[in-house]
Design a binder for this molecule. Structure first.
Ligand code: NDP
Length: 278
């Protein structure tokens, strides 16, 4: 029987740990504040932003919401980010992605101070992670490492295959698994014999963005499977992994919903607390 890795429960543990730390920081007279900036009204982004605000309220972090119209110019957005960089009462800045097409996302990310980069997307944060120096870790991959560790899945020495090489999931995921002494292979759309490569994995991370693409043909018997994908199909959510098809072949697997998703927000909260402590 496959073990279902419960991201909801583990994310709740992390949020409770953050809440305790915030209570201590508050007693010491520290106030923690996350600025959340959304441009336009993309419905999926609005759901994510609301969930982040709710998590802040639960933990005791103030959230400052900036809901800017779709027509906001790049200059206006950069001016706001610079203002937030300067504000001493703001510990973390999050600009919800994706941004409208007329705004250069890279430029915006690079304008956020690395000291307040709680998403961990700034090149300085990524560089620090790459060479093992302190800095904010990208939330989704850091959350996956926590899921594995808190479920007693050993990473050291294991064959880890990451499918996907995006800057926000695949690449930082590979780096963090390497940091945990996994033997890491990264696959992408031009990987040859993907099924054969995936079948080497003791730990398989699917971050592809293709609904239910990974079936049992990609899975070694007894592998641990982490499904990063989030898709809505006919009102139901699913991931990049065909859960029903693989579940009898794996030793542990994350569900969608309730696996990786809640961990991303929990790690964002963790980064906000770290920012306040620094
Ligand atoms: P991207 O679209 O940025 O990257 C997808 C990656 O998958 C690319 O590297 C691409 O390769 C690769 N890929 C696409 N098709 C194939 C294929 N047929 N075979 C092998 N590789 C392929 O997506 P993200 O990394 O941003 O997100 C991935 C998924 O995770 C999405 O479903 C997204 O919604 C979800 N997500 C979930 C989060 C959470 O909190 N749970 C957070 C962030 C994302 P190439 O580089 O060659 O194009």
């Amino acid at each position: 029987m496959a073990r279902i890795i419960d991201g909801k429960m583990i994310s709740q543990q992390i949020k409770d740990e953050c809440k305790e730390e915030v209570a201590v920081l508050t007693e010491q007279g520290k106030h923690i504040c996350l600025a959340v900036v959304q441009v336009g009204a993309d419905p999926a982004s609005s759901i994510y932003v609301n969930n982040k605000k709710k998590a802040c309220a639960y933990i005791g972090i103030e959230s400052l919401a900036y809901e800017l119209p779709e027509e906001t110019t790049q200059e206006e957005l950069l001016a706001l980010v610079e203002e937030l960089n300067e504000r001493e009462d703001v510990n973390g800045i999050l600009v919800q992605l994706p941004l409208p097409a007329h705004i250069d996302e890279d430029k915006v990310i690079q304008t956020i101070s690395p000291l307040k980069d709680v998403d961990g997307f700034h090149p300085a944060s990524v560089g620090a992670m790459c060479i093992g120096q302190p800095g904010f870790l990208s939330c989704t991959p850091a959350g996956i490492i926590q899921l594995l560790k808190r479920s007693d899945v050993e990473i050291e020495g294991k064959e880890c295959v990451v499918i996907g090489r995006s800057n926000i999931v695949g690449k930082p995921m590979a780096l963090l698994l390497l940091r945990e002494n996994g033997t890491v292979t990264v696959c992408h759309s031009r990987t040859r014999n993907l099924k054969e490569v995936a079948k080497r994995a003791d730990i398989l991370i699917a971050a592809i963005g293709k609904p239910r693409m990974i079936n049992h043909e990609y899975i070694k018997e007894g592998a641990v499977v982490i499904d990063v994908g989030i898709h809505r199909e006919n009102g139901k959510m699913c991931g990049d992994v065909d859960f029903d098809d693989v579940v009898d072949h794996v030793s542990a697997i994350t569900p969608v919903p309730g696996g990786v998703g809640p961990m991303t927000i929990a790690m964002l909260m963790r980064n906000c607390v770290e920012s306040a402590k620094r």
